[in-house]
Design a binder for this molecule. Structure first.
Ligand SMILES: *Cc1c(COP(=O)(O)O)cnc(C)c1O
Ligand SMILES: [Zn+2]
Length: 431
């Protein structure tokens, strides 16, 4: 994977602007970052990656949220709501039930629009301003559209979102709608929406802010930076493993890039890089298939289905960046059933952490890997929960307790409550 190694002493090529440029991960060609609008390599159509003339250490970070890490970003500041600075929860009962040394939950649902997509969008919309575009667009399983609509609105830019008809959770459409995006519901799945919006972007109709856009991933690197800094401050060491849900594999690619940059600057020893562990739903698991079969390329799944609509994706566009990330860090990928996802969602909720189904896949995957012995009980693990419970109120209500109707009468309410203990289920039974 030599093409993914970062130079120890990066020299800015002529095309660099302010020490930033884009490098193709396939052919190595270097391109100007803010001249022409490009999403993939003009020479070979490979994925692009932002590169810098210097990589920061932890001492270079100062301030709050995503822009605390501007030493690792293409700009000093951006269109901010503000984002990042999310909790790293302790979950002692869940930790015991799963059986690892230390389990923390990085709850990205606590971002301004309720998902980690805000971290990428604050940087992506800043780049859009630099490029002088006037319309932003994305295909989305929901959360990207909510973030795009909010950050676009904040920047005063027009926004266009393409969604798979009937497959987007209610909270997410409500956000895109109220923040003023023009919403197009496409008769097809997410992958079809991405094909269409890429065509529109290629025709110059809009600036594409899917995770194909390399600058989105720059913002999402800050998830890794926050995890490493806080875990080290609280535990005196870095976590052994980070487990995350995988859709387009943008986060997997972003975390890997975060680690490589810290290794390049000397801030992180190669032996301290956490093992990246991706989790997909059984009904949409092309990355897991590629890892299990040892393939360098991911086979596109045409038919995908899962309750975890945020990761209902058959053609993960960032696979060429993410597969090496999983392999080079010594991680793995695993798929989980919808039932296991719902159980993990309940288990997280019983610790007070409310997440949408896709997020719970990380915890379901960790449980499966500990049970199979692939993850050792001595590990320190951080599970990423990517989106908030309120994103998908229907899934939450279906997984939770049903309301009981009672008469408007205190005595009869007391009678109704008799014998029926409020059931705070045991964690072991939930999981
Ligand atoms: C976007 C999203 C994912 C998938 O992330 P990728 O970077 O595309 O792998 C997972 N969970 C939630 C809640 C999301 O919104
Ligand atoms: Zn190329």
């Amino acid at each position: 994977m030599a093409n993914l190694e970062l130079p120890d002493d990066p020299v800015a090529p002529d095309v660099a602007e302010n020490g930033v440029w884009l490098t193709c991960v396939e052919c190595g060609a270097e391109h100007a970052p803010f001249d022409d609008i490009i999403y993939t390599c003009p020479d070979c159509d490979g994925l692009l990656e932002a590169r810098y003339d210097a990589y920061p250490t932890f001492d270079d970070f100062d301030g709050e949220g995503v822009w605390r890490y501007n030493a690792a970003l293409p700009f000093e500041e951006g269109v901010s709501l503000p984002e990042g600075n999310t909790p790293l929860h302790e979950v002692p009962r869940l930790e015991e039930a799963i059986g690892v040394r230390n389990l923390r939950i990085k709850h990205e649902g606590m971002n301004p629009t309720g998902s980690f997509k805000d971290r990428g969008m604050t940087v992506g919309v800043r780049v859009a301003q630099e490029l002088g575009v006037d319309r932003l667009a994305c295909a989305s399983t929901g959360n990207t559209s909510a973030a795009l609509a909010a950050y676009g609105a904040r920047a005063g830019l027009e926004t266009l979102v393409l969604l798979p008809e009937g497959k987007v959770a209610a909270g997410k459409i409500a956000q895109a709608s109220l923040h003023g995006a023009r919403i197009l519901e496409v008769d097809g799945n997410f992958d079809a929406c991405l094909d269409r919006v890429q065509d529109l972007a290629d025709r110059g109709e809009a600036y594409l802010l899917n995770s194909l856009n390399p600058f989105r991933l720059e913002g999402q690197k800050t998830i890794g930076l926050e995890i490493l800094e806080r875990f080290r401050d609280e535990e005196g060491r870095f976590p052994d493993r980070i487990v995350l849900p995988v859709g387009n594999a943008g986060n997997t690619a972003a975390l890997y890039k975060c680690f490589r940059e810290l290794v390049a600057s000397g801030a992180l020893a190669p032996g301290d890089v956490p093992k990246l562990t991706g989790v997909q739903a059984e009904g949409a698991a092309p990355m897991v298939e590629a890892i299990e079969e040892g393939n360098d390329e991911v086979r596109r799944w045409e038919a995908v289905e899962t309750i975890a609509t945020a990761i209902r994706i058959g053609n993960p566009v960032n696979a060429p960046k993410a597969l090496p990330g999983i392999r080079e860090t010594g991680g793995t990928a695993v798929s989980v059933s919808d039932e296991a996802i719902t159980s993990a969602q309940r288990a997280l909720a019983s610790e007070g952490v409310g997440v949408e189904p896709a997020s719970a896949a990380s915890v379901a995957g960790l449980k499966k890997l500990v049970q199979s012995g692939e993850v050792s009980t001595g590990e320190d693990v951080v599970c990423l929960t990517t989106g908030h419970l309120l994103k998908d109120p229907d899934a939450a209500a279906a997984a939770g307790n049903d309301p009981q109707s009672v008469p408007n009468d205190t005595d009869r309410i007391l009678k109704h409550l008799e014998g029926k203990k409020g059931h705070l289920s045991k964690m072991k039974e939930l999981l």
